[in-house]
Design a protein around this ligand. Structure first.
Ligand code: ADP
Length: 190
């Protein structure tokens, strides 16, 4: 069973590439951003709580995020493998993930990090904002805040998996197809 973390800053292309990888490998896709947005749409208690953080480009608190991810994770019986997208985003989340996978005798196979320069991320997110209707893509101040938080809190998660010898850098600039084929080859080796 392969369990992959797809990693990278906001706008790196995690969502786009996840669709391809789910199709290709049959992964269960666990995207914390998607789950939060689903909860916001349905006005659940979790959605109401998460919305105020997300709209400002801040991270939802760890305890909420970890509990939510765990309760999604346990829904699947005998999965082919998990693709974690947007999680873990802090050191505490990474530690929690390793721990609850270990309880099921599972582990992360690899973290694939999509690497994209900031100027490119900014322009992709502003473009996406024109069509996505996502409040957190709507203006450059919120986007800057998300990038700053990424470097401050999330970038360390890369080191967490580097220390385990599991980090693989992937150039996130290029055509969607080119990047998909690199990801496919990397995952295929396990
Ligand atoms: P992006 O990668 O483009 O920022 P996501 O859909 O992954 O988009 O996340 C959108 C927002 O959802 C984040 O800015 C954050 O507020 C919240 N969020 C998603 N995943 C997490 C997480 N693991 N921990 C805390 N907050 C999260």
């Amino acid at each position: 069973m392969k369990n992959i973390v797809l990693f990278g800053p906001p706008g790196a292309g995690k969502g786009t590439q996840s669709e391809f990888l789910v199709e290709e490998f049959g992964f269960i896709h666990l995207s914390t951003g998607d789950i939060f947005r689903y909860n916001i749409l349905n006005k659940t208690d979790l959605g109401v709580l998460a919305k105020k953080y997300m709209d400002e480009g801040r991270l939802v608190p760890d305890s909420l995020t970890i509990d939510m991810l765990k309760s999604e994770f346990v829904k699947y019986v005998d999965p082919l493998g998990f693709l974690f997208d947007g999680f873990p985003r802090t050191e505490a989340q990474a530690t929690a993930l390793d721990r609850f996978l270990a309880q099921e005798d599972l582990r992360i196979t690899a973290m694939l990090g999509l690497e994209v320069p900031d100027e490119e991320l900014m322009s992709r997110l502003l473009e996406r904002g024109k069509v996505s209707g996502r409040p957190d893509d709507a203006n450059s101040e919120v986007i800057k805040n998300r990038l700053a938080i990424y470097y401050k809190e999330t970038a360390v998660v890369q080191r967490h998996y580097e220390n385990q010898g599991k980090y693989i850098a992937v150039n996130g600039v290029g055509s969607v197809k080119q990047i998909s084929s690199v990801l496919k080859a990397e995952i295929g080796q396990f």
